[in-house]
Design a protein around this ligand. Sequence first.
Ligand code: HEC
Ligand code: HEC
Ligand code: HEC
Ligand code: HEC
Ligand code: HEC
Length: 206
Amino acid sequence: MSVNHQCSYDSGRRGNARRVLGSLGIVLGVAALVLSFTAVAEVPGAIPPQGTHDGKDVAQPIEFPHNIHADVNKINCMYCHTYARRSKVAGIPPTSKCMGCHSVIATDKPRIKKLTEYWENREPPPWNKVHDVPDYVHFTHEKHLKRFVFDNDALPTENVSEVCAFCHGEVKTMTVAHKTKPLNMGFCKRCHEANHGPFDCWQCHK
Ligand code: HEC
Ligand code: HEC
Ligand code: HEC
Ligand code: HEC
Ligand code: HEC
């Protein structure tokens, strides 16, 4: 109160103080802005799971650069992995989806020539699995995406990759997909504990 009152008519020393306070305000404002930008990279209303895994790059028939598609060209994960929102599996896109772009984009590149060859031979590239939980584990993408994306008004759908990253790491920066999260029982259970997921044995082992 008294500071405001004096500042309103005093110049000189208090003016300096005001300038200092003013620039402090700017610094704090910038800091808040920076914080709010980093906050965009988080998922509101969720406690991220703990644990990492040092998986190697998995050899693929065509090295598929997630970075070029998801980061540089900002293609949404769910544009290609269309089933994630409504089924157990996320799905690998059919070659027809690739050709929607690659019948005209980068057609002279060796990897795209190989892709076109698969397409013309009506043969899907034999993609190798990167993530694979044992058959006795029940997992479904749908419920997790519903909880963290579609029922989560605070998360814009274009940030869905942050939810995928809970269990798959920063796929959008990968030049070749590899496993970076353990996806073992402890990993799943700790996240269920933190975010009120189910932890009866039968839920994950039906
Ligand atoms: C242009 C299509 C496209 C986009 C966009 C895309 N992906 Fe993929 N994704 C693929 C293809 C093709 C594969 C199979 C090749 C591979 O595993 O490297 C794949 C594989 C994966 C795998 C490994 C699957 C396995 O075998 O376990 C994960 C996880 C994945 N994508 C997550 C993501 C996430 C997260 C995003 C968004 C940041 C994303 N993808 C965006 C096409 C795409
Ligand atoms: C929405 C458009 C789009 C779709 C769909 C798409 N891509 Fe691409 N892709 C691009 C663009 C843009 C580039 C960068 C081209 C460049 O650098 O000239 C690219 C680059 C690539 C490259 C790197 C080429 C090189 O050697 O530089 C590969 C490999 C590739 N895509 C494979 C695929 C596969 C496989 C699919 C299907 C799963 C797919 N793309 C789907 C737009 C797309
Ligand atoms: C809560 C953890 C979790 C989240 C969140 C998650 N995944 Fe998965 N994902 C898994 C697990 C576990 C597997 C292995 C499933 C199996 O082996 O049956 C998997 C497998 C996959 C696969 C390969 C097999 C398949 O299902 O087609 C792709 C592709 C994939 N995820 C993409 C995504 C994308 C894209 C997102 C975000 C839209 C995402 N995942 C979000 C845990 C998750
Ligand atoms: C990011 C935290 C997180 C991770 C990691 C996670 N879950 Fe979940 N899971 C949840 C939450 C929260 C729910 C409850 C969703 C709801 O309210 O519908 C859930 C629900 C489930 C369900 C219940 C589905 C149904 O039919 O109702 C199963 C099964 C499940 N998770 C299995 C797994 C398995 C297996 C893993 C590890 C591979 C895993 N989850 C990893 C948070 C997580
Ligand atoms: C949130 C999901 C989840 C819940 C709840 C859960 N499990 Fe598991 N469980 C898993 C996953 C994922 C694996 C696979 C581990 C791996 O691949 O290393 C697993 C593996 C196992 C295995 C195989 C051996 C091992 O330890 O790797 C046994 C046995 C098992 N669980 C028993 C149980 C029992 C008993 C309960 C209840 C007390 C339970 N699980 C609850 C997810 C779960």
